[in-house]
Design a binder for this molecule. Structure first.
Ligand code: ADP
Length: 250
């Protein structure tokens, strides 16, 4: 059986009196690649914050690698690339190497040099390591921030709208990097995106959230689901599924 990375049990969350999430259940194993999609305000970022225990759920429970999130300590197993990561100040006085170094978890000092080199190498930015972060293009900067989020070699990588600010070429490069981590190293990925039309070309599972999960499962079962056909309409479902089928034929 493959390693359980994440289990969310009957989670709900409210801000003051407003219930934002209800009845969320999901399980992820090593190597899963979940596209988390839903309208604006549907609770995607809130769910990530609940999973990462930044704001604990109001009811229900999150388990990370089999341990309840409230007692979980092995945070180096999880990488997080938050939304608007591109908003680093242009004059932020740090080099690429220093920014990636900031991601190193405490207690990993022993092989920090090796971890740093590997992360820079995977993202193909070894030659940029002495440059100031503010001097880089949007695509380069996003690679640096991805390097920072994987520097501890996490087994679960959570990304909140990571490609919004990228041009199409940098976006393609960015997604092939993620694909490599997922396929070669079985890193489990949760990718939040508003792009329902193309998420099927990256992810193998879909979580469609609208304050409650309307669908969680493989793209194949999504594409065969009659209830999803009646929810999205046959042509929208076709667009989503077409992308996914293209990916499978590669
Ligand atoms: P999404 O990421 O899908 O756009 P969010 O998780 O950011 O959705 O927000 C879900 C709902 O929670 C929205 O209605 C939003 O207005 C509300 N919300 C988000 N953050 C807060 C907060 N700090 N206090 C109160 N309400 C919030």
């Amino acid at each position: 059986m493959s390693l359980e990375v994440l289990r969310v049990e009957n989670l709900s969350f409210r801000y003051n009196s407003a219930e934002v999430l209800t009845g969320v259940n999901l399980t992820m194993a090593a190597g899963d690649y979940v596209g988390l999609v839903g309208p604006n305000g549907s609770g995607k970022t809130t769910l990530l914050k609940n999973i990462l225990h930044i704001t604990p759920p109001t009811t229900g429970e999150v388990f990370l690698f089999g341990t309840a999130a409230r007692s979980f300590r092995a945070w180096h197993k999880i990488g997080f690339l938050p939304q608007k990561a591109d908003s680093l100040h242009p004059n932020f006085p740090a080099t690429v190497r220093e920014v990636v170094e900031m991601g190193l978890a405490a207690g990993r000092a022993k092989n920090s040099h090796e971890l740093l080199k590997r992360a820079l190498g995977k993202l193909n930015i070894l030659d940029l390591q002495g440059r100031l972060i503010g001097e880089l293009s949007g695509g380069q900067k996003q690679r640096v921030l991805l390097a920072r989020s994987i520097v501890n070699e996490p087994q679960l990588l959570i990304l909140d709208e990571p490609a919004t600010a990228l041009d199409p070429e940098s976006r393609d490069n960015f997604f092939s990097l993620l694909d490599g981590l997922n396929k070669r190293e079985a890193v489990a990925i949760i990718l939040v995106t508003h792009d329902l039309g193309s998420v099927g070309s990256y992810a193998s599972k879909l979580l469609y959230l609208d304050r409650r999960p309307l669908f969680y499962g493989s793209f194949d079962s999504f594409c065969q689901s009659e209830s999803m056909t009646s929810y999205f309409g046959p042509s929208s479902q076709h667009i989503i599924c077409h992308q996914h089928n293209d990916r499978k034929q590669e």
